[in-house]
Design a protein around this ligand. Structure first.
Ligand SMILES: [Zn+2]
Length: 240
């Protein structure tokens, strides 16, 4: 998995200097290169405001399996995702940055407070031990008369993150799915809930314990978000 990190870093740099990529051979790069002031005005997510919502927290542990607490894994992936999105130029707001319980209402109000463009809730899954991979949810159909007002945009965002996580993160495709989760139907902006991997699957769980894998998953989420915002012809999926 370590090989994914340099690949992803390379992608980040290529985003900002695609013209140079045409002219020069690929060079080894470091994250430090991305923060040069000359590139700041051309970062792909400049001006975008994104809420990242680490699922569960505090007394609500979420799923617990294979010596993992979902709330902790969610928070770690969310923090890495924030870092990568900021590298791409976005303003990023976490609903929580520590181990505390939040109401669903508070999570949704965070989008309103920061006038966010999109809302991403980060979770990890549980099921029978054989279930593994990534699924991403959006809301289309009403529940109690309420639904997200941007179902097609939410579905596009869900697909972009799902495709990026499964390709760049090397996770099995479990698909893009519809659900009326509170944080999806109550938000008034494009919103998705990402189930990155399964705590209950031993292979997925081992990857969720590995910092390199967690960073790769976060990078993949960030690139999926970038692909949602970028014009179709500019999409970046995978460089091998
Ligand atoms: Zn969860």
């Amino acid at each position: 998995m370590k090989r994914f990190i340099p690949v992803l870093l390379l992608i980040f740099v290529l985003i900002g200097c695609s013209n140079q990529y045409e002219k020069e051979p690929l060079k080894k790069v470091t994250f430090h290169n991305i923060h040069t002031p000359t590139m700041s005005s051309t970062l792909p997510l400049n001006g975008k405001r994104i809420v990242i919502d680490p699922g569960h927290g505090g007394i609500d542990a979420g799923a617990v399996a294979n010596n993992l607490y979902e709330k902790d894994v969610n928070l770690t992936i969310s923090k890495y995702t924030k870092k990568y999105l900021e590298t791409l130029g976005a303003k990023v707001y976490l609903t929580r940055d520590s181990d505390k319980a939040l109401t669903y209402e508070y999570r949704v109000k965070t989008s309103i407070y920061y006038n966010a463009d999109i809302f991403i809730s980060i979770h990890n899954n549980s099921d029978v031990p054989s279930s593994n991979g990534t699924e991403v949810y959006y809301n289309e159909f009403p529940y109690m008369g309420e639904n997200n007002p941007f179902p097609s945009e939410s579905k596009q965002l869900a697909k972009a993150i799902h495709d990026s996580l499964t390709m760049l993160g090397n996770l099995k495709q479990m698909g893009v799915k519809e659900n009326n989760y509170f944080v999806l139907r109550k938000n008034s902006i494009p919103s998705v809930l990402v189930e990155v991997a399964f705590l209950t699957n031993i292979d997925n769980a081992n990857r969720l314990k590995n910092p390199d894998d967690l960073q790769a998953f976060a990078s993949a989420i960030a690139i999926g978000i970038q692909n949602y915002f970028l014009p179709k012809e500019s999409e970046v999926f995978l460089i091998q």
